[in-house]
Design a protein around this ligand. Structure first.
Ligand code: ADP
Length: 224
């Protein structure tokens, strides 16, 4: 098995004042390159925290996270950002588009930050791929939720990530729009071999992935 992500005994403890909260408790699993996996569980069970640790957006308190054979623990912030830029795409439930920038500019920003070339034409191609070429000059407030999520997909695809993490990608969308977004995610997996890891409440979406990891109270209670 070619592993893209490996977690070993990962725990996450949040501290506020003298109170501590163990949000993830000894989580271990591996994800195969090119596979599709969903992480499910009740609200507050630690899914978003887990996704953030896997994507190198946050650090585990104990245990190890290896992404693409790079151990994330102990990396500096710059090194962590470099790993994310090279391998990772991330889609947030609330889209996290920059409100003062157009759809096109939102897709261009990370490409510019990475010092890439032909940024504008490539960003337009990405917007075209998600069916939004005609909306490229619209601002986020001028777009529907589904359109904003598709802009965030275009942005997440912009570094041709080897692994895409999506936190409730259909959480704020109606059924028809959800279907479009889910199709785009699975197209990317099929066409580019992108590994897909989704946190979702949407059981239809979870059923489409090859594996389901169920967590409760910060522990894995079931994994297929
Ligand atoms: P889920 O995605 O399953 O709803 P989360 O990972 O968002 O769960 O949250 C798990 C628990 O961790 C919750 O009790 C939440 O309040 C807590 N939590 C999340 N982020 C923080 C933080 N930055 N500081 C303190 N507690 C947090």
């Amino acid at each position: 098995m070619n592993t893209i992500l490996d977690l070993h005994d990962v725990s996450k403890i949040y501290k506020s004042g003298d109170r501590t909260l163990k949000v993830l408790d000894n989580i271990s699993f591996s994800i195969e390159t090119g596979s599709t996996v969903s992480i499910v569980g009740p609200s507050g069970s630690g899914k978003t925290t887990l996704l953030g640790l896997c994507a190198g957006l946050d650090r585990s308190t104990t245990g190890t996270v290896e992404l693409h054979s790079t151990r994330l623990n102990g990396l500096t912030e710059d090194q962590l950002a470099a790993v994310r830029n090279q391998y990772v795409g991330f889609i947030f439930q609330n889209f996290q588009l920059l409100p003062t920038l157009t759809a096109l500019e939102n897709v261009m920003v990370p490409m510019e930050l990475r010092g890439e070339k032909n940024v504008k034409s490539r960003a337009l191609d990405l917007l075209d791929k998600v069916g939004l070429a005609e909306r490229s000059h619209h601002y986020p407030t001028q777009l529907s939720g589904g359109e904003q999520q598709r802009v965030s997909l275009a942005r997440a695809f912009s570094n041709q990530p080897q692994i895409l993490f999506a936190d409730e990608p259909t959480g704020n969308l109606d059924a028809e729009t959800s279907e479009k977004v889910v199709k785009l995610l699975f197209d990317l997996n099929r066409e580019a071999g992108t590994t897909l890891v989704v946190v979702t409440h949407d059981l239809e979406l979870a059923a489409k992935t090859q594996r389901i990891i169920r967590i409760k109270g910060g522990k894995i209670v079931e994994a297929s």
